[in-house]
Design a protein around this ligand. Structure first.
Ligand SMILES: Nc1ncnc2c1ncn2[C@@H]1O[C@H](COP(=O)(O)OP(=O)(O)OP(=O)(O)O)[C@@H](O)[C@H]1O
Ligand SMILES: [Mg+2]
Length: 344
């Protein structure tokens, strides 16, 4: 339509890594301009109506600390949209922020989504972005975006194996000739690690802590293989028996114990994918190794842990937290091609 073309002249195409934990927005020609937690804080009035108070970092700081009428919501859970209304509000806020609130701009948008979303879920993501102001929306699957962002030669006729450990999902994919040959998405990732830490400290030390504290512990002292010098950290929480505040000292060994189950879950899925891989591609993976991306890849020793289990070289990609966003941004450069190919 002519009108679309005219509006398009004013628009700047953007890509969004709509992650369960973090949303990263990139504007064509400008690079990453937003990198914030996927959290929305809302206030309820006495009639139950909601009002958006904050989005992103400011909202995340409110998690677990809000009075009764304020709620900090993570609209995406386990890699899918749990709250459409809030997801749409969040996308709209980020699009407007990306364009400095010039709301007449209606950009074309590429959004990375977990592998294996249903048609209904894909449609919902697209509709959220359209009603948040996008002119046109394209979707790219996370493992593909992660592989591009990690700098793997995705167009060549060689199998490249990528494991993206995010907040809600771990995505495993084998990419060759520009497509995903095999892929698997499981709902075990950073968030599950946090709840495992909460449960472990509750059981072993009778101490109640929140998920935000668990995440801080994981990042500060979390490890997967024994460390030369084990790390330690003081942690405050509420004693389960006496109900009083208490402080305990945790070590990286504790966290290893706490994370056993989620880590084993990820390793088993990786083994499944390797076992089901056609022999030719398997040969490529033996040669090229396995690349890790996503925030979960940063946990100390994860590459070594997986490598010991699957007996293959494993390495952490550069800037693992940005890989999907960078790959989605690269796909943006080929948006006109996507336009020709897009069928859903
Ligand atoms: N240094 C670190 N060590 C361990 N975990 C980390 C570290 N830094 C970030 N994380 C974890 O990484 C996760 C966020 O990663 P990422 O931003 O890749 O997820 P996402 O893209 O938002 O989620 P998804 O892809 O599942 O939708 C969080 O669970 C966070 O706690
Ligand atoms: Mg992600």
């Amino acid at each position: 339509m002519i009108l679309d073309k005219i509006i398009g002249l004013f628009s700047h195409d953007i890509s969004i890594d709509l992650g369960t934990a973090n949303t990263i927005v990139l504007v064509k020609g400008k690079g990453i301009i937003i990198n914030e937690p996927s959290v929305v804080a809302v206030q309820f009035d006495k009639y139950g109506r909601t009002d958006m108070l904050a989005v992103g970092r400011e909202a995340k700081d409110m998690v677990g600390k809000t009075p009764g009428n304020i709620k900090a919501i993570r609209p995406m859970k386990d890699g899918v949209i749990a709250d459409f209304d809030m997801t749409e509000k969040m996308i709209r806020y980020f699009i407007e922020k990306a364009h400095k609130r010039k709301s007449f701009i209606r950009p074309r948008i590429i959004i990375s989504v977990p592998y294996g979303l249903t048609q209904v879920e894909r449609k919902a993501v697209k509709e959220s972005a359209i009603s948040a102001g996008a002119r046109e929306v394209f979707l790219i699957e996370e493992p593909m975006a992660a592989a591009i962002g990690a700098g793997l030669p995705v167009r060549e006729p060689h199998g490249n194996l990528i494991v993206d450990i995010g907040g809600g999902t771990t995505e495993i994919g084998v990419v060759s000739l520009g497509g995903l040959v095999i892929s698997k998405s499981i709902r075990i990732a950073g968030d599950k690690m946090d709840t495992s830490i909460v449960d472990y400290i509750n059981k072993k030390y009778n101490l109640l802590i929140g998920e935000r504290t668990a995440e801080e512990i994981k990042i500060e002292i979390g490890s997967v293989v024994p460390q030369k010098e084990e790390l330690k950290m003081l942690v405050k929480g509420k004693d389960k028996v006496q109900g009083l505040l208490n402080t305990i000292e945790l070590s990286s060994e504790d966290i290893r114990e706490a994370l056993k189950e989620p880590l084993r879950g990820i390793a088993n899925s990786l083994k499944d994918v390797l076992e089901n891989m056609p022999p030719d591609l398997a040969g490529d993976v033996v040669e090229n190794g396995i690349a890790l991306t996503g925030g979960g890849a940063l946990i100390r020793g994860f590459d070594k842990y997986l490598s010991d289990i699957v007996k293959l070289p494993v390495y952490v990609a550069d800037e693992p937290l940005l890989a999907v966003a960078k790959g989605t941004g690269k796909a943006l450069e080929e948006i006109d091609l996507l336009q020709q190919l897009s069928y859903d």
